[in-house]
Design a protein around this ligand. Sequence first.
Ligand SMILES: [Zn+2]
Length: 60
Amino acid sequence: MVKCPYCGYEGKHTLLKTWKYRWWDVYYYQCPKCGGKFRYQVDPEGKRKSYVMRVGVKRG
Ligand SMILES: [Zn+2]
């Protein structure tokens, strides 16, 4: 389950884009609740996950 790093929303997010970055699978999501966009990165083994909050996003 993806969790919005801005507002903590844990429901269904809008998947805008996916791509590969080095060994990461990157998912670019938009939160339907606060409108924040963020990257969610998962390595192929699923061991490491990280959120990357987009800098400069205008919030609420
Ligand atoms: Zn949010």
